[in-house]
Design a protein. Sequence first.
Length: 762
Amino acid sequence: MRMIWPLAWPAYALLTLSACASGTKLTPANPGGAAGCVSTEAYFSAQVWDAFMADNCAGCHNAQGVARNTDMVLQPDTVPDHVAHNLAVLQKLALVRVQGEPLLLRKARGELDHGGGARLTTDSDAYKALASFIDRVENPVVCSDTPVNAALEGRITLLDANTSLRRLTLTLAKRLPKQAELQAVTDGGADALPALVDGMLEEEGFYQRMATFWDDKLLTGRYVNGSSAIGLLDGKDFPNHNWVNDAALEPDETVRKLGQGVVNASIAQEPLNLLAHVLREHRPFSELLTANYTFQDPLTARAYGVTTGFSNPLDPTEVREIQVPGMPHTGILTTASFLNRFTTTATNRNRHRARTVFDLFLAMDILKLGDRPIDPTQVTDHTPTLFNADCTVCHTVMEPVAGTFQNWDEKGRYRPPKDGWYPDMWPPGFGQTELPAADRPHALQWLAAQVVADERFAMGAVHVLVEGLLGRKPLTQPEKDDPAFAAKKLAWDVEQAELTAAAAAMRAANLDLRAAVKHLALSSLFLMGGVAPDVTDDERAAATLLGGDRWLTPEELDTKVHATIVAVWPRWDGKSWLLKDYRLLYGGIDGDDVTTRVRAPNGVMLAIVKRMANEMACKFVTADFVRAKEARRLFPMVERTYAPEDNNGFAITAAQTAIRKNIQFLHEHLLGETLQLGDDELERTWQLFLDTWREGQLDVAKGSKNGGVDAWMNGQCQAHEDPDTGAKLDDQHKIEMDSNYALRSWMAVVAYLMQDARFLHQ
C-alpha cells in the first residue's frame, strides 16, 4: 500500500529500480575506472595519501608545521581539493633524484638530514606504494574513456529520462516540463537532457532558485521586512537613505508609498540582485565579488544619493549598474546587508567576516583546521594567536583575511582606521601574500581578486549548489576509526569526483556558474534512482549517504503546488501560506533567528501538509471544473456529473473508464509516475474514489438534518469566480452544489495524492 507519511522515504527511494547505468562496480578496489585501469589520482588518493601520508607526513609538512618552509607543504583533509593539491606537490618532488635515487624515497628512509627521521622501512607496504607512485609519475598511466565517476556504473540506478526531466524542470526552472521537452525526451531519451537543461538555465525560475540557494548562506531575509534594511545605511553617508519615510525629503505621499514597497527590499537583497544580474548577463561568477558597482532601481539608487542615469526615476523595474560616490564597491562584500549580517566587534576584529569568506567562497571551514580539544591552562603565550601552535593553526589562515576588512566598521560603514590595523594580529593578506601598502584603501577589492583567482573559488560555489540541489551539506571525509569508514569513504570518494568535475567545468567555462549547475544537475548525485540488487552492504550504505529522494523545502513545495494546481496555497490576501505563516513551521528559515533548515519531517509539518491538501482540494477541484474541458489542469477526462454507478448500483462502464483514466492522469500530473491502467496504485486510488462516492451518496440522501450532508458544499469549496481571470461567474456557471457527491469524491482523491510521499519529496 502507498506510504502517506514517509519518515524514511529516502531509503525507500534508493530501493526503487529504474533505468540502470552500465559499467564497473562501485567499489574501493576499482577507484580508477573501467577495465581495471587505476588512474594516478586514484592510486595516490587510496594507496599513498589515505594509506599513510595523511597520518605519517602531514603533521609536519603543512602550512603551520615545522616543515612549512620546505617544498613539500601539504593541505589537510579539511581543505577542498586537498588530494589534488597534494598530488601536484608530490608529482613535482617525485621527479627529483639525488645521486640517482628518488628524493622522496631517501627522505622517507631518514636520509639527507630529514628532520622527521626515518618514516618508512624499505620492506613496508607504504614504502612500496610510494615507490610505485614515483614510477607512475615517471611513466604516466592513462586510463582512456573513463567516466568522471566510473565507480558508480552498474551499482547505482538512475531515474528514467521522463522522471529526470520532471525533477530538473521543477528544481531549476520552477515548473513542470513543457510538451516540447517531453517530446524531445521521448525521441532522444536521456541524451536530450543536456540541451534541455541549457534552456532551463536561461529562465527566470532559474535565477529565483539560485537566489534561494545563496540566501540560505547570505541570510538577507533578516532585513526584508519594514525598514530594517534602510536603517542599515548611515544618515551621514547617505542623507537621503530614508526618503521613503520622510515627507521633508519627498513631499509626494504617493511616491513615498511606491518607494516603501521597493527600497527596503532592494537594499536587503542587494547581494541576490547582483547574483541574478551576473547570471542573466552571462558574466563570470567572480563578478559577484569583484563588481565595482551595485545593481539597483532608481528608487533605491535615490537612497544611495544616485539620481541620474535612469530614464524613469519612478520605475522600479528599470534596474542598472550604479556606482555610489566614495564607495570602493567590491561586489557583495561591500553591501550593507552582508557587512551587517556578518558584523564585527572590537574583539572579533572581522574574524567572523573572514570565516564567512572562507566558508562561502572557498568551501573551507576554518574552525575544522583546529578541530581538536585545547586545554586553556596550557595556553601561556603572551599573544597565543601569534605564537601558540594550537591557535595559529587557524589564525594564520583567518586573520590575514580579517585584516582586509579593516576599512569597514561594525555597522558596515566605510571607515578606514586612522591608526592602522592591529599590530597584535597577523598582517592583512591572503594565504602567503601580504596586502601591499598601496592597496590598503581598497583592501577588499584586493582580497576579492585573490579569492576569485584561487582554485577553491569554484568549489565554494559548488558546495552551495550541493546544499541547494541535494538538500544536504557535502559529505566530509570520515575518520579511520569510524565503524562505517568503508561505506562513508566510498561515498565521499564518489561525491568528490563529481564535485571536482563540476568545479573544473566551471573554471573551464570562464567561471560561468551554469557549467557547475549543469554538471551537478545531470550527475548521478542528483538523478540517482536507487541501487542495483547485487550491491554489497558498503555499496548500499554509500548510496544511501549520497542521494535519493528528499523532503522538499517550503519554497520547493510551493513551487510544486503552483506548477501542478496552477495556484499557491492561498491566504486571505492571496499570498502563499507556505512562504508566509507556515514557512518556519515547515522547516524554512528567516535569515534572522532561524538560519538552519529542518530537512526531515516532523509532526507539525505533517499536520501542515494535511491542512494544505484538504484546503487545496476543496478550493481548486471545483474551480477546475469551471474551465472548459480542454483547458482543465486536473480533470481533462471527466465531467463533474460523472457517476460510477446508477441508482440501482450497476456500473456505468463509460463513466468508470473515464474516471480511471483521469485518476491515471492525476498520478502522472501530481506525482510524476506513469502507471498502466490496472496498476495496484491506481486501483487503490480508484477504490478511494468509489468508497467516498458511495458513502457520500448515502449521506446526501439522509440530509444534514438526519446526520448526513447537504448537496450544498462548504462555501470555500464552491466556485463563484473564474479561476484564471478572477471575474465573477453568472448563476449559470457558478458551482455551489454537489448533488451526486462526485466533486467531493474528487477532492478526496486530490487531497490523498497531495499527501503522498512522491508529492512531498523530490
